[in-house]
Design a protein around this ligand. Structure first.
Ligand code: GLC
Length: 712
């Protein structure tokens, strides 16, 4: 029987209505369960955050259903960002796979595990386009490109919610597009800091992933902590109502970030808590996460006539609609301890998929003299702080993941007699600040030395901005000491953000960017370094040469004085290059690919197809990512020097050719004006095709968009 929500709302008291807008979770009550139970009995809570225990969830649900007047079921929410029990690579790593199928699959598995543990709603995907690696939360993003954040955000939402956003099955979760809006543009890369973003930039850089998320049926959006153009994003009615609700037609749940309503006072915007609540409900904020201000002030505001019952009912309707979409009125207990336990039998299968996406997330940055892959004839030594340090790989959103479940490189390599795990070398180096003779001799005896360094997973994520993103000096000196006795160095980086690696580059014959890969870290890395899997990852965030270059990203404007070595007054530094260490879209393979030909055919007016023939001219089978960028001069606004608008990842056997088709329509070329209207400029475009943002110029195809009234 389908519940009649308007009927239910008509039966609710004012207190019962206000209770539904209140989300309680984590530290605000110190996590004391007895407080939670009392709140449920009193009808003062509609949803919980961070209850990851099926027994506790079902106990609270039972109270809601059997000890409250209207038995409205509770929703349980959690940050299931990159896995629940099985931990997948961080989103920044997954984005480097350029594999939407795997990105969606990892969300499906995360949803299944979390749903069986009693969770209904995940606060993911994060869609903040991230151009500043000082910002710790770049780790949770899909990198610096708007198109990729759009594509991967869509894949995650489909993975979390399933195909029908109005009927979320009991092995899926409601998703949440966050953080609306501009959070990643925080000044100086400092988390929670001020943002000032023009309408043109909001429309073309930060909003498109949210537009696509809404079209994909995302059931909720979370507001951001930052102030945007002088108003906190959580109360910014222009963005929340005029743009999100009206222009982008979002009719789902708007939830604040944790305690964000209370913080609008600290921002200096609202005068007191009642003012914060009035402005929030007027901006159509439906759920107050953990500030408790809605439950304290909404009744007063309604009695004063400052907030209407209609506004309250509109929020209630959306919250109850979410509970209906989750099937909670018919099946309030979507899981049980037994169902959760039974699922564990599938965990080995989940880990295999975690390994597959981890392998595709790894980016080979350098491989001089093809030192990689190592062979069985190579005597290989592995040293460094992250060979067997399990806890180093769990980040702030590792959810229910356990360090013990992480497969390390040391464990994965245990059965390779030619691979020697020299765990003690780094430990002794830290103690003595030098290598002892025995270790030097052992290092010298190796054909190749793999050095595993980087940053702990807890050095990135929320509230983890860094002013210095260089590899730390202890690790730099360690590499130099190793290089004194053996030059055949392969460096593996584990990090949650691009690091400045110029000091270790000269000593690294090869460099692998391995990010934080989650449960299957060791297996994935071993398969890559031994060549069982050919690396295929491509950077989705620029790696700077120097921190002073930040923000540095590929899709920048040309300026009126672009760098020119033969001219004096151009846009440059006098003390550093303007070029990145490694650019967006870049990643090597153990084989080589060649675009042997491209051809353009016009299907009809303003609709083209491009055929690309790609050949594997090397000796390894492998996958390549062919990227399509557009370039437009002479439009209504300045456009970036190039913009990624499509890509294809393809497997090509050694010596073979594969054909790729790209479909070019006006949508491929569209962008937004400063009023958030989609526009297309007429005239000439260049389409650039390559396997990174820097070599796409070599395959340039020109098309012309005809004016609508032209008869051609
Ligand atoms: C945090 C984060 C947000 C998360 C929320 C709940 O502060 O900003 O992304 O979903 O609180 O944990």
């Amino acid at each position: 029987m389908s519940i009649n929500l308007n009927q239910l709302i008509s039966e609710m008291t004012l207190d019962e209505k206000i209770g539904q807008l209140n989300q309680v979770g984590t530290s605000i009550y110190g996590g004391k369960a007895e407080n939670y139970e009392t709140l449920v009995r009193q009808g003062k809570v509609g949803s919980f955050l961070s209850i990851k225990n099926i027994e506790q969830a079902n106990k609270l649900q039972k109270i809601a259903l059997e000890e409250t007047r209207l038995a409205i079921p509770l929703i349980f929410a959690e940050d299931v960002v990159h896995g629940f029990d099985t931990i997948f690579p961080i989103p920044l790593a997954e984005s480097c796979s350029w594999n939407t199928t795997l990105v969606k699959k990892s969300a499906e598995i995360a949803a299944l595990e979390a749903a069986r543990a009693g969770i209904h709603w995940t606060f993911a995907p994060m869609l903040d386009v991230s151009r500043d690696p000082r910002w710790g939360r770049i780790a949770e993003s899909f990198g610096e490109d708007t198109y990729l954040n759009t594509i991967f955000g869509k894949a995650k939402i489909q993975g979390f919610q399933g195909e029908n956003s109005q009927k979320i099955a009991d092995d899926h979760l409601a998703a949440c597009a966050k953080h609306f809006i501009g959070y990643s543009a925080c000044e100086a890369g400092k988390d929670y800091n001020t943002t000032d973003i023009s309408d043109y930039k909001l429309a073309n850089v930060y909003l498109p992933p949210f537009s696509e998320a809404i079209k994909t049926g995302v059931l909720s959006v979370m507001s951001a902590f930052n102030s945007l153009n002088g108003i906190p994003a959580s109360l910014n009615k222009k963005m929340l109502y005029d743009v999100l609700r009206q222009k982008m037609k979002f009719s789902g749940i708007l939830v604040s970030d944790w305690n964000a309503l209370a913080e609008t006072i600290i921002h200096g915007y609202t005068v007191d808590e009642e003012d914060a609540v009035e402005k929030a409900i007027n901006a159509t904020m439906d759920i107050d996460m953990s500030s408790l201000l809605y439950s304290q002030y909404l009744k007063t505001l309604i009695q004063k006539g400052k907030v209407s019952i209609t506004q309250l009912d509109q929020a209630i309707y959306k919250i109850l609609s979410l509970k209906k979409a989750l099937g909670l009125f018919d099946q309030p207990y979507r899981s049980s301890p037994d169902k959760y336990k039974q699922l564990m039998n599938q965990y080995p299968k989940h880990r295999k998929i975690a390994q597959e996406i981890a392998e595709e997330s790894i980016v080979l940055l350098k491989n001089t003299n093809n030192i990689l892959p190592v062979t069985q004839n190579d005597k290989v030594g592995i040293v460094g702080p992250y060979i067997s340090n399990k806890s180093a790989f769990l980040d702030t959103w590792a959810c229910n993941g356990k360090a013990d479940d992480i497969m390390t490189l040391a464990e994965a390599s245990a059965y390779h007699s030619n691979i020697h795990i020299l765990d003690q070398v780094y430990a002794k180096y830290i103690q003595n600040q030098s290598l002892d003779e025995a270790d030097k001799n052992e290092i010298k005896s190796m054909d190749k030395v793999i050095i595993v360094i980087g940053e702990e997973a807890t050095e990135s994520g929320e509230a983890k901005s860094k002013a210095n993103i260089s590899v730390n000096q202890t690790q730099v000196q360690f590499i130099k000491q190793i290089a004194n006795v053996n030059k055949q160095i392969i460096t593996i980086l584990h990090n949650g953000r691009p690091l400045i690696i110029n000091e270790i580059l000269p000593f690294s014959t090869a460099i692998i960017e391995a990010w934080h890969l989650g449960s299957a870290t060791g297996n994935a890395l071993l398969n890559i370094i031994t060549g069982k899997t050919n690396p295929s990852g491509k950077l989705t965030c620029t790696i700077p040469k120097h921190i002073g270059q930040i923000p540095i990203y590929y899709n920048h404007f040309n300026t009126g004085r672009p760098f020119d070595p033969n001219k004096f007054n151009t846009s440059k530094y006098i003390d550093e290059s303007i070029e990145p260490e490694y650019p967006f879209g870049y990643g090597l393979s153990y084989t080589q690919f060649q675009i042997v030909s491209t051809s353009l055919s016009k299907i009809e007016k303003n609709h083209w197809k491009i055929k690309v023939h790609i050949k594997n001219i090397g000796s390894f089978d492998g996958k390549e990512v062919i990227q399509l960028y557009i370039k437009k001069n002479g439009g209504q606004y300045i456009r970036p020097i190039k913009e990624l608008r499509d890509f294809k990842k393809v497997f090509v056997k050694s010596g073979e050719i594969q054909t790729l088709d790209f479909d070019i329509t006006l949508d491929t070329l569209a962008y937004f004006d400063e009023h958030y209207n989609k526009i297309v400029d007429f005239g000439v475009y260049d389409l650039l095709i390559g396997n990174s943002s820097v070599n796409a110029e070599t395959n340039k195809i020109r098309i012309e968009v005809e004016n609508n009234d032209s008869t051609k």
